[in-house]
Design a protein around this ligand. Structure first.
Ligand code: ADP
Length: 198
């Protein structure tokens, strides 16, 4: 099963991804996490990406697609994977289709997590407070101003993927406003039609 998670920053993609990984035994490929790892390791990609990410802008399509293409070669992706944070532009969606086609694979389902904007900002403030309470520093792009900018980037560049996948009949909407368990239950109901679960 090849699954894409779409949704604005703070929609709960990471939280739900953890649930899917466990239930369906497929890896989560978070481009945000992969890029942050590259930044921390100060690789050439990481050096290029750091400022772009801190400002809430998108890293170039080529860089991100190359990271994904390499990652999906790994053995643990043979039975499927969950893409979290990719594709994020229409160009990336086309690059993804092309790389999957080469392997005679295709996206099975796209889950859109729908959450209203005020809730997103409240969740951000909570996430920052929890991080500080643990004694950690919040992500550089997790402040109110950059977050609002990331939300706008989502609306401008990523939201157009919603009709793109709807036209392919792959889009499933999930109400992301309920409890974590309630959101998971909706996702399970959709995914149980696909492939084996744990
Ligand atoms: P969130 O889901 O909280 O918005 P992510 O952790 O997915 O954040 O991404 C953080 C940052 O990493 C993005 O703002 C962007 O700079 C970069 N990034 C992640 N995925 C992509 C992508 N597919 N294309 C371009 N940039 C990306």
């Amino acid at each position: 099963m090849i699954l894409i998670f779409l949704g604005p920053p703070g929609a709960g993609k990471g939280t739900q991804a953890a649930h899917i990984v466990e239930r369906y035994n497929i890896p989560q490929l978070s481009t945000g996490d992969m890029l942050r790892a590259a930044v921390a390791a100060q690789t050439p990609v990481g050096k290029k990406a750091k400022e772009v990410m801190d400002a809430g802008n998108l890293v170039s399509d080529d860089i991100v697609a190359a990271i994904v293409e390499e990652r999906i070669e790994a053995e643990d992706c043979a039975g499927g994977f969950l893409l979290d944070g990719f594709p994020r532009t229409d160009v990336q969606a086309e690059m993804l289709d092309a790389m999957l086609q080469k392997k005679e694979r295709a996206v099975d389902v796209v889950i859109e997590l729908k959450v209203d904007e005020t809730a997103l900002l409240d969740r951000l403030k909570k996430r920052i407070a929890e991080t500080r309470a643990r004694g950690d520093e919040p992500r550089k792009d997790d402040n109110e101003e950059t977050f609002k900018y990331r939300l706008q980037v989502y609306k401008d560049l990523t939201a157009p993927l919603i009709p793109f996948y709807a036209a392919q009949d792959k889009l499933k909407e999930v109400d992301g406003m309920g409890s974590v368990a309630a959101v998971s239950a909706q996702i399970d109901a959709i995914l149980d039609d696909f492939g084996p679960k744990n």
